[in-house]
Design a protein around this ligand. Structure first.
Ligand SMILES: NC(=O)c1ccc[n+]([C@@H]2O[C@H](COP(=O)([O-])OP(=O)(O)OC[C@H]3O[C@@H](n4cnc5c(N)ncnc54)[C@H](OP(=O)(O)O)[C@@H]3O)[C@@H](O)[C@H]2O)c1
Length: 287
């Protein structure tokens, strides 16, 4: 029986993973919150690793406050890069596999087609740079890894666009929302299921080296934030009008990629995973 250690237990993806695996008797799963292992404290990372002796580590936790990272990049890099680098080193010494949840923000490119994992990365802003630095720390030290880049994560609970729209839309007649960023919302339980599928295949493969590497995962389809809001209001029967604005006019502190449409071809051909559509998942989340 393999032992799998994951962090970010109180976050959107960590909660979804915990919910999914709590009845899994094939492996032993241990979820860590910040109080169990603070990623800004290297000694706590070493202690958690020594205590649990994992075969697989899933680095779900991250510094995710994209705009705040512009003023607090030291903490963003400590959590997203340094702690990841430490886990990679510990996994290497112990012969364990590391799975790292990363972000569409690492690409920050404009193409006329879904972005492939092999496309160049030009992360802009401290959050994006720190996530990419975490990826690079793994790639430079540990072959036995899976990096899963996802986008626009939401869940029933948590700080996310869906819950913000429900709250604001319920109290206002109209909202002005950015419409020039294109991508796909991704439902946290679908990320959790993808992670579980990957873990199972890595642990049962006779040659997992064929599976290691970097993959995209998002729900399928393409939308922008304004249309995403309209779909939330339609499903929730909230009579709030949506006006559109540009990324530049909105003026967030951190840069945002305008094209975050991810190709799923590599994930499909390697793991046989076909993402569900974002509209189907949103309906399920709101039901
Ligand atoms: N959210 C998105 O739109 C999005 C998009 C693309 C990729 N991603 C990636 O997906 C992954 C999961 O994101 P999410 O949406 O689940 O994030 P989230 O809901 O913001 O949760 C982040 C988690 O990280 C934990 N964490 C933060 N600082 C920590 C520290 N010092 N020590 C230990 N744990 C710490 C948080 O714990 P506390 O509750 O104690 O703070 C929380 O459990 C992340 O790697 C993120 O970069 C997210």
């Amino acid at each position: 029986m393999a032992k799998i250690l994951f962090n970010g237990l109180t976050g959107q993806v960590g909660r979804a993973l915990h919910h999914l695996v709590k009845k899994d008797t094939a492996h032993e799963w241990v979820g860590l919150a910040t109080k169990d292992c603070d990623l800004t404290k290297p000694e706590e990372i070493s202690q958690a690793f020594t205590k649990h002796k994992p075969d697989v580590v899933i680095q779900v936790a991250a510094y995710t406050a994209v705009d705040k990272a512009e003023e607090d990049s030291a903490t963003a890099f400590a959590i997203n890069e340094a702690s990841t680098s430490q886990f990679a080193q510990l996994c290497k010494e112990a012969g364990a596999v590391l799975i790292y949840i990363s972000s569409d923000y690492v690409y920050h490119s404009i193409t006329d087609r879904p972005i492939k994992e092999s496309d160049p990365c030009q992360p802009q802003g401290e959050y994006a740079k720190s996530k990419f630095a975490g990826e690079e720390a793994i790639r430079n030290s540990l072959s036995e890894h899976i990096i899963l880049r996802t986008s626009w994560v939401y869940d029933k609970e948590g700080h996310n666009f869906v819950n913000t729209m429900k709250r604001l839309g319920g109290s206002r007649d109209s909202l002005t929302i950015v419409s020039d960023q294109l991508g796909a919302p991704t439902y946290a339980p679908d990320i959790a299921l993808t992670v579980l599928t990957i873990v199972n295949q890595v642990l049962t493969s006779s040659d997992p080296s064929n599976l290691y590497g970097t993959y995209n995962f998002s729900n399928s389809g393409v939308t922008n934030w304004a249309d995403f809001a309209r779909e939330i209001f339609r499903l929730e029967q909230i009579p709030c009008q949506v006006a559109e604005q540009t990324t530049e006019d909105f003026g967030a502190p951190a840069p945002r990629p305008k094209w975050s449409v991810l190709s799923h071809a590599k994930l499909k051909s390697t793991f046989g995973i076909t993402p569900r559509s974002w509209k189907e998942c949103l309906k399920e989340c709101l039901s």
